[in-house]
Write a protein that binds this ligand. Sequence first.
Ligand SMILES: [Zn+2]
Length: 245
Amino acid sequence: MTSSRITVSGIPVQIDRKPIKNLHVGVYPPDGKVRLAVPLKTTDDAARLAVVSRLGWIKRHQKNFQEQPRQSEREMVNGESHYVFGRRHLLEVIERYGRHELEIGPSDKLKLYVRPGTGTEGRKRALQRWHRELLAARIPALIAKWGPKLRVKVADWGVRRMKTKWGSCSIEARRIWLNSELAKAPEECLEYVVVHEMVHLLERNHTAKFRKLLFDHLSDWELRRHTLESVYLSQPGQTELQRWA
Ligand SMILES: [Zn+2]
């Protein structure tokens, strides 16, 4: 891989030339640094053109990073907002003996039941486990719905926390992984990520064939992805821009 630098409209851009087929642009936290990965033979002029054509998108994401209050981590205390499938809920912590539990109460509050003395970390773990349960309850139906449509078999799936991706897959094992953070985004975003990973079982890379498959089956996939990125970025404490790997 070789790297070079160009400046486009005052924005410094790092260009990484790699043995890849498609160009890929990313804006990265915390300060909105722009990196462009391009196929080996791409000239600086072609790279510049690619950046120019995406300037709107790049600036939008950079603005998101700048406006992002560098808010500290969630403290898991009363009144804090938490998103569940795209809806904002205010947290209510209720101490009681027994199993840690979460539920959305009648007043739309997110109720967290924990044993007295449970600290921030313990509360977070309870929330994360609940996120995994919420997703686990929905994923099998999505796989059952999309398997026949895409003509692809998923042998196994799982939910885990991922720092840089919404989903991933193992083509050999025919297994897909979903990021537990997806429980915060609207359900159509979860469906998009499930379909995206299932399409990878048919086509490993983000080729034209991949995009056609995705578009043929989920024509609004770009909108769903945009929703996912914008909703996620609008949430305090979340500064990571997720790109597809
Ligand atoms: Zn992908």
